[in-house]
Ligand binder design. Structure first.
Ligand SMILES: *Cc1c(COP(=O)(O)O)cnc(C)c1O
Ligand code: SF4
Length: 334
């Protein structure tokens, strides 16, 4: 028998790390020697969408720096409580795209599975921050409702696991879903959209590598890193076994004001990602979700920045700059 203890220890380890995450603005700010930034209304913003960040990710932040680009992505702000007229709860039209519990259908040949509502980090700009996960939960015991909704459409060739973060699921749960999907003869590809390895590289244990490498479906992992500081040697080491197992590694980022809206930050992000075997996929213009207005970069600035990036980067290190419009047949070039 193949000893399974390595994978089990690993699973327990990352789950313990997750359980120890920061869950309050006060605790995070104290850890970063920024206790003076705390404000009672921050807790109000956190009540609407809780703060959540791993110790690993918090340790990449610079102590004493209120403008740290990683901190700005996760720290609740009082501004989130203000109403912005052009911002809404569902800017990407996820509601009308529901095609069964936990399944969204927007584009030809691809179905997106909201495998879980959980994440290892809560990004303040998240376009699904108001998504009603509880009302649309698939049955994770056997995933039969998800598999059935994908079974009836032979035009599908790819299943995309999203969320939330699909890697917040334990390997055993994930295995059930991947096996169920692999039994559908028309599916060829499996894609996993995840930020988990970026905020907790320990998540990639032998169990997960075996699961993805062992599937009949050709696997792609689309990471979500926004800033070069997020691309570490720890992440590189965690991804290496996935690369060796033939998993395609891509990255999507969101264009965020004061975080990565500068040429040097963007180019360094893609240089560092390439160093660790990850190619850029999308650079998303912000989805106008209520509470995220402070992250908006104007379309004019985005386009000017992108033209500069085009001059600096080889074509294969240039992500596609896109926006999502509710009801469109694909993500749209800006
Ligand atoms: C973004 C998205 C996809 C994936 O689109 P690609 O362009 O293939 O990356 C698929 N389904 C839904 C519902 C999406 O929002
Ligand atoms: S990890 Fe992804 S789904 Fe989760 S909060 Fe961040 S952007 Fe949203």
């Amino acid at each position: 028998m193949i000893p399974f203890s390595g994978a089990l220890t690993n699973t327990e380890h990352w789950q313990r790390q997750l359980a120890k995450s920061f869950r309050s603005p006060r605790a995070l700010l104290e850890h970063l020697e920024l206790a003076h930034l705390w404000h009672p209304r921050m807790e109000e913003a956190a009540a609407a969408f809780p703060l959540r960040v791993t110790h690993y990710f918090a340790d990449l932040m610079k102590k004493g720096d209120p403008e740290d680009p990683l901190l700005l992505q996760v720290l609740p702000s009082v501004g989130e409580l203000e109403v912005e007229p052009s911002y809404s709860e569902d800017p990407t039209g996820d509601g009308p795209a529901r095609a069964g519990p936990g399944v969204l259908r927007k584009y030809h040949g691809r179905a997106l599975v909201i495998a879980t509502g959980s994440c290892a980090v809560h990004c303040r700009y998240c376009f699904r921050r108001h998504y009603p996960y509880q009302e649309n939960r698939p049955d994770a015991r056997d995933w039969s409702d998800v598999v059935e909704s994908l079974a009836v459409d032979p035009t599908l060739s790819e299943a995309i696991l999203s969320g939330g973060d699909p890697l917040a699921l334990a390997d055993s749960r994930l295995q059930g879903l991947v096996d169920g999907l692999a039994r559908l003869p028309h599916l060829r590809r499996l894609r996993i959209h995840t930020r988990l390895p970026v905020v907790l590289p320990q998540r990639i244990g032998t169990g997960l590598v075996r699961l993805l490498a062992g599937s009949r479906l050709k696997c792609t992992l689309v990471l979500h890193a926004n800033h070069p500081t997020e691309v570490t040697t720890t992440l590189a080491a965690a991804l290496a076994p996935l690369r060796r197992a033939g998993v395609t590694l891509l990255n999507q980022a969101v264009l965020l004001k004061k975080i990565n809206d500068r040429l040097d930050v963007q180019t360094e992000l893609y240089e560092k990602l390439f160093d660790i075997g990850v190619l850029p996929y999308y650079l998303h213009q912000l989805d106008k979700v209520s509470g995220a207005a402070r992250f908006e970069v104007s379309n004019n600035h985005a386009k000017a920045l992108y033209e500069e990036m085009r001059k600096q980067l080889p074509g294969y290190l240039l992500p596609r700059l896109v926006e999502e419009r509710a009801g469109a047949a694909s993500k749209l070039p800006l």
